[in-house]
Every structure is written in C-alpha cells, then in structure tokens.
Design a protein around this ligand. Structure first.
Ligand code: NAP
Length: 456
C-alpha cells in the first residue's frame, strides 16, 4: 500500500472528526472537547494533504509562518468586544483564498473539463463576494466607515443587473474557457463589486448576522475550491461551514424575530430606523447597599447578562457575586438570550471565561415559564433582550422578538449607566415598572460594590 493510497482514508477520518466535533460544539459541556476534536481533524487533513506528491514545501512553509504570525498577533491584540469584526475579516480571507485557488487552477489549466471550469466560476464568484463583503462588514463594525445603511435609489435593480451580468459572463466563460481570460477577470471584478453593494445597504447593527451569512458563503466558496482541485476533505469541510453558517444565521434572525430578507434589504439598524414609543415614568434608583439587602433576602436569583457586561468586563465579579449568593443559600441561575451581546455565544464565552458552572446556564424557553417564582432577576447591561415592549407594544420595532421576561420576576434589578436605549435604539418600559430597581453605574463597579457589602 503506497502512502498516496492512504490519503483518502485519512480524509475520511478527518471528515468524521469534523462532524463529531460539530455535534460536541452544540452543548456547552462538550464544546471545549469539540474544539479539540475539530483541530485534530484539521491537523490530520493538513498532514494528509502534505503527503501528496509534488508539494512545493517552501511556499507552504512561507504561508504557514505568515499565517501563524498574523493569527497569533490578532489573537493576542484583539479585544473580546472586537471579535465579531475579526471573525468577519477572517471569513473574507477564506473567500479570497478560494478565489485565488480558482484563479491559479484556471491560469495553469485553462483547458480543464467543463465541470472544473464551472467550479472555478463558483469559487471566484462566491469567494469574491465573500471577500469584499467581509471587508465592508469589518469596516462598518470597526467603525472605519459609517455603520449607517447606505441606500440609494434603484439599488436592488443595480444588484439584480450585476447578478445577471455575472451569470451571462459565467455562461460565456464556461462555454469557451481558453479564449475568455478577459471575461474571467470581469467575473472576479463584478463579484467584488457585488460583495460591496450587497453589504453597504445593511446597517452596522445587523452586521453580526451578515458576518454569519458571509461565514456560510466562505464555506461554499471553499467547497467550490474543493471541486476545483478535487480535494474531498475541502469539499466536506466547506459544506459543513456553509450549512452551519446558514443555520446560525437562521437562529439569529429568529431570535430577533426578523426574516433574512428583512435583515439584508430593509436598512434596519440605522440611527434613524428604530423608533418606538418614548416611555414616560419614574425610575426607582437603588444604591449598592439597597441592592445588597434585596439580594441577601432572595431565595432565587437569575442573572441576565447583556452587551453592557461585555463592555464592563464584569463577568468575573458576577461569578463572585453568584458564589456569595449560593453560599448564602440562594438558588442562582444565568439566563442567556441567543442574541445578547454582539455575536452568537458572546455571553456563553464570557461566563465560561469566568468559570461559571455550565449547569447554571439556562435558555429563555426554560426560565420564562418559572420567572414569576423568581425572587430577583438581575439584568447586567442587557437592554433589548429584556424589553417587555417586544411582548406588549405592537408599535415597537422589537414587537414579536422573543425576550427574557425579567419584568415578571418578583423584583427586577437593572444595572446600567443611564436610561439610554440599547443596540436597537428602542426605549425600554422595563425601567419604569413598579417592581424594577435601577442600579446606575458601570456594571463592574456596581457589582463590585455589592460584593464588598456581602463580604462585610
Ligand atoms: P443592548 O440592547 O445593546 O444594551 C446594552 C446596554 O448595556 C446598553 O443599554 C447600555 O446602557 C449598557 N451598558 C453599556 N456599557 C455598560 C457598562 N459599562 N456598564 C453597565 N451597562 C452598560 O444589549 P443586549 O440586551 O445584550 O442586546 C443585544 C442586541 O444586539 C439586540 O438588539 C440584538 O438583536 C443585537 N444583536 C446581537 C447579535 C448577537 O449575535 N449577539 C447579533 C446582531 C444583533 P447604558 O448606556 O445606559 O449603560
């Protein structure tokens, strides 16, 4: 048995590891192991690929060193709150890599069979859209350009015409690949323009959903690149990324009660798009001392973290407070909304970093039915995901979005710095409810003060 004939078997093992890893990633308990298993699968896939005859090792080494340097620096420098834009940029590079694989294959073998030429077309098209779209998404999230939706008249017509032009070029290119180098370049260029034009009308607010969609595209582009170079593990891995990115996009849209079409075409998330009633009333502020007394007397507490906890980096003190409450005989849980924060799993990552036990994490569907029995719901820098207007006010832009019903707890304590709205720019009547107490200030400072009271 030659080494070459072992490669397909190694690829099968790598693919199976990817699939098992994905399954493990779907539960907080097994997620770390899932990451390890998928890394192992990737290592196996890389080693198997290096066994192919005729590899240009010097270029591979160059790429590996350059990639490791960029990845290592990014992982050290990029703050947790800037993760979404970094993921966005990495997706873009995935798309660019697929585009370049397609281009290189066409350059070296312009007379390839029609199937390969069609795969090259898809790799370049999807890869190009993913690359330029991701760069715009990154620029919007990192505030390098305005996050406002840029909408111009006839935008959908222009985009439609672009897609039609690309498809026509694709037909001409596939019919006569050897004589249409110019058309090939035009396809790549139009794909890049399409990526920009598809993402600029989307508000910065919806960028995380777009990034998840672009992640799915990068998988599809890799899958097409896999067909181009006839690499089975690339086809499998690309399909897995494509499908899981699409599932995640769907979950995020559902959690915001929006359709994908609404996210892509409505221009939501602009400073002016979100409105809602300006709720009137008097908020009940409390001091850390009052907050301590309320919590000290509670039999059950549910923490509801949001974006503000990430900004304040309050996760460690929150865990400390949770432990003090438990030592005091209080039942403690952490309710996590699927779109709390600014990226999928944002709160899970922060709480895991602070070593909050997985068993204490609950999802809205489980905690909402028992919320009326909860003594205190502590909202830590969350706003939209606990806005009762989503349930009660048909005129609210958030109406219909599933929320965590903290207003139904016996007491609701909200930790934030002001009465300002959250990400969607929608006012929140929760702050004026009779059973709500506002603990104003930076979440980390407020919780630290309550912890200090407990320790005294
Ligand atoms: P949010 O609605 O954006 O509210 C966050 C709140 O945190 C703000 O109202 C702010 O109020 C407060 N805050 C900021 N810094 C703080 C600090 N240092 N200390 C204490 N509070 C602080 O957050 P959310 O409830 O987590 O909702 C997430 C939103 O993002 C949803 O609208 C969701 O649809 C959207 N979104 C999320 C994702 C995702 O993947 N997670 C994707 C797309 C969209 P003050 O300024 O008054 O302090």
């Amino acid at each position: 048995m030659s080494i070459q004939s072992v490669i397909p078997y190694l690829y099968i093992v790598a693919s199976v590891l990817f699939i098992f890893a994905l399954k493990m990633l779907s539960s907080a308990k097994t997620a770390r192991r899932g990451n390890l298993v998928s890394s192992l699968g990737m290592l196996l896939a890389i080693v198997a690929t290096l066994l192919y005859q005729g590899m240009a090792f010097k270029w591979i080494l160059f790429g590996a060193i350059a990639g490791s340097l960029v990845g290592g620096t990014a992982a050290r420098r990029v703050k947790m709150t800037a993760m979404p834009e970094m993921v966005g940029l990495f997706n873009g590079f995935g798309g660019l890599a697929s585009l370049l694989v397609g281009w290189a294959e066409y350059q070296s073998k312009p007379q390839s069979p029609t199937f390969t030429i069609a795969a090259i077309f898809y790799a370049v098209l999807i890869g190009g859209v993913t690359f330029s779209g991701s760069v715009v998404a990154y620029a919007k999230l990192a505030e390098k350009i305005s996050g406002k939706p840029h909408i111009f008249k006839g935008q959908h017509i222009v985009n439609g015409a672009l897609v039609a032009a690309i498809l026509l070029c694709g037909i001409a290119f596939t019919a006569n690949p050897a004589g249409t180098y110019g058309i090939f370049l035009l396809i790549a260029l139009l794909a890049l323009v399409l990526g920009v034009l598809s993402v600029i009308p989307i508000g910065g607010a919806d960028m995380p959903v777009v990034i998840s969609l672009l992640n799915s595209y990068s998988g599809l582009a890799a899958c097409a690149a896999g067909f181009v170079i006839r690499n089975n593990v690339l086809i499998v891995a690309g399909s897995l990324v494509g499908a899981s990115g699409l599932i995640l996009t769907n979950i995020m849209c559902k959690a915001m009660n929006r359709s994908l079409a609404n996210v892509l075409f409505s221009g939501f998330g602009s400073a002016t798009a979100a409105t809602g009633k300006g709720y009137q009333g008097e908020a009940n502020p409390v001091s850390p001392e009052d907050a301590y007394l309320i919590l000290e007397a509670a039999g059950s507490v549910v923490f509801v973290p949001g974006y503000g906890m990430a900004v304040a980096q309050a996760q460690h003190v929150v865990r400390e407070l949770g432990e003090l409450l438990e030592a005091n005989g209080t039942e403690v849980q952490y309710a996590i909304h699927p779109v709390a924060g600014r990226m999928p799993g944002h709160m899970n990552v922060l709480l895991a970093e602070a070593n909050v036990p997985y068993e204490q994490l609950v999802v809205p569907e489980d905690v909402n039915p028992v919320m009326p029995t909860v003594d205190v719901a502590v909202v830590i820098g969350a706003n939209d995901v606990v806005n009762p207007a989503a349930r009660e006010d048909e005129t609210s832009p958030l109406y219909g979005m599933p929320i965590i019903n903290v207003d139904e707890a016996k007491t609701c304590m909200v930790l934030k710095r002001s009465l300002n709205p959250g990400f969607a720019g929608v006012d929140n009547p929760l702050f004026f409810k009779q059973n709500t107490r506002m603990l104003f200030g930076d979440a980390k400072a407020s919780i630290s003060a309550v912890v200090a009271e407990f320790k005294e």
